[in-house]
Design a protein around this ligand. Structure first.
Ligand code: 1GP
Length: 258
């Protein structure tokens, strides 16, 4: 059961306040295709010591029917029931009212109308009736050295790894279009995380919160992203492969004001 909230923009407003105060956020991405309730519970048990700020649930290719049960698992666990769950959907088919919010992603680095506006038209009437907090987000894929599922499925070309100027212009256009956040992603399992130089270049031009994900496997890589200007880092694969890393990532995020 979701707690009653009078602030329909609670997640976003908290992120804005954190950004203002130099407080960073960690989001753990749970792909419902790569876990199950048992494995998810084992991960959540680790949250007794230290927990992430958000859970994202979703992925670029979902072939199972576990979205609701994974969200239920997070929301019913004693250590994580209070943590906001944000949907990270691959399209209008993967929505769940059990989450708290949704990244309403427009894939602005690509030129595929289905991911710029098509899915959004189909999702809009469903979302209008839901209680989800809708956070419009400019989603920018950056080449991380390998073909990722998201690039393949979305049929889009990621921004080249070292083309900071393209990333800046794309992020600025997203902000000017009124998108409330920018998410730069190397894609799940990217060989290389987005460079701190690119993160810094985009961060210095933006007013809205900046999310960074894809290929972040170490605490050092996470800290580099924060130091370069990321407001939120998203980690998925590294924790799927080694759940014990979870605690280090969570603790380090909370250690200082940036
Ligand atoms: C993918 O940014 C997320 O969209 C997380 O990526 O799985 O590589 O951590 P990883």
């Amino acid at each position: 059961m979701k707690p009653f909230s009078i602030d329909k923009n609670a997640i976003y407003n908290t992120l804005l306040k954190k950004k203002e105060n130099g407080v960073k956020s960690l989001s753990i991405l749970i792909d419902p295709d790569k876990t199950d309730v048992k494995k998810c519970t084992e991960l959540l048990n680790l949250c007794e010591t230290s927990a992430p700020d958000y859970f994202m649930v979703g992925g670029s290719l979902i072939t199972t029917n576990q979205l609701d049960s994974i969200i239920d698992c997070i929301k019913s666990h004693q250590y994580t029931a209070h943590i906001p769950v944000i949907l990270f959907p691959n399209g209008y088919l993967h929505l769940s009212d059990k989450a708290d919010g949704i990244l309403f992603l427009s894939l602005i680095s690509g030129r595929n109308p289905e991911y710029l506006i098509g899915n959004h038209v189909l999702a809009a009437p469903i979302l209008k009736q839901s209680s989800l907090e809708i956070i419009s987000t400019g989603y920018i894929l950056v080449n991380g050295g390998n073909q990722t599922t998201v690039a393949y499925i979305s049929n889009t070309t990621p921004i080249p790894y070292d083309k900071n100027d393209i990333a800046i212009c794309t992020a600025l256009a997203g902000e000017m279009l009124g998108l409330k956040m920018i998410y730069m992603d190397g894609g799940s399992g990217a060989k290389q995380a987005i460079s701190p130089e690119m993160i810094h270049a985009v961060h210095t031009q933006l007013d809205v919160p900046l999310i960074i994900g894809g290929g972040i496997r170490t605490v050092e890589a996470m800290e580099n992203a924060f130091a370069a200007g990321a407001d939120m880092v998203v980690i998925g694969s590294a924790i799927e492969q080694n759940p014990a890393l979870f605690i280090d990532f969570c603790k380090k995020t909370k250690e200082k004001i940036w």
